[in-house]
Design a protein around this ligand. Structure first.
Ligand SMILES: [Zn+2]
Length: 263
């Protein structure tokens, strides 16, 4: 029997904000403002080709400083779920915002895989401009450059295969090189959308998120994910939607983090 590919979502934090801040140009929809909840998660793909961690969450102190509710230390949550960060061989960075690349130092054996466009943008002249800089930590962007100099960062253009049935697809939009992870199991699949789609509402109602690098590319990313979703049995997993906790199989909590099996 071959081992099946398993995909986990690990929710380690949350935050409440206003819909008018969440959706781009919300006033144009002519709806009253209200609260909207976000979860913060990372993902794990475990299968025949090993364990891949998709994003590393926010550093607990950074999340706390930014007013996020820290439910778990992401690395401790992984440990409680049976994944030792110090021996993880591959970390996929979907994009370089603070809630996706904290804790990189705690994965000392990992090759970091990300889109070249994403890496180069954040080492370039616009990274420090306020609109782009706000959701990043300068020290964490600097850390990526150090890791690159150490030969630990693999960059790709367009698409990259991590292993059997695990593909990275660069879509952009939210950030210049935002990527999604497409996992194909034997009879089902998952799209780990990360922040190409924060919530099902964003995707289903075609509403761009407030933090966006290129609005047309964000719409195009929605379209591309809709195409991938046509494959039978494919589930889309948005990056920040609390509904993920309700839609997928419940696994035991891990050091305060909620764990769901999404494939
Ligand atoms: Zn995010």
């Amino acid at each position: 029997m071959t081992a099946r590919t398993e995909v986990l979502a690990v929710r380690f934090g949350r935050h409440r904000m206003r819909r008018s801040a969440y959706f781009l140009h919300y006033e144009g929809y002519g709806e009253p403002d209200d609260d909207i909840d976000l979860d913060y998660s990372l993902w794990v793909v475990r299968g025949p080709s090993g364990t891949v961690v998709v994003d590393t969450g926010f550093a607990p102190e950074v999340g706390a400083r930014r007013g996020r509710e820290v439910l778990a230390d992401p690395v401790e949550a992984l440990a409680a779920a049976g994944i030792d960060a110090s021996s993880v061989g591959t970390v996929v960075v979907t994009h370089a915002h603070y809630d996706h690349i904290g804790n990189l130092d705690r994965f000392p054996s990992a090759e970091i895989v990300m889109a070249r466009r994403e890496y180069e943008f954040w080492q370039g002249p616009f990274a420090s401009r306020p609109h782009f800089a706000q959701p990043t930590e300068a020290t964490e962007i600097g850390r990526l450059a150090t890791l690159r100099a150490e030969g630990r960062v693999t960059l790709f253009d367009g698409g990259h295969r991590i292993g059997p049935g695990v593909e990275l697809v660069e879509l952009g939009g939210h950030t210049p090189g935002q990527l999604v992870v497409v996992v194909e199991g034997e009879d089902a699949g998952a799209v780990l959308a990360s922040d190409a789609i924060h919530s099902y509402e964003e995707y289903e109602r075609d509403r761009p998120f407030g933090i966006v690098g290129d609005v047309a590319a964000m719409y195009a990313a929605f379209d591309r994910i809709r195409e991938i979703e046509q494959r039978p049995g494919t589930q889309v997993v948005p990056g920040h939607d609390p509904a993920v906790l309700e839609r997928f199989e419940v696994l035991p909590d891990a050091a305060g983090a909620a764990v769901r099996r999404v494939l």
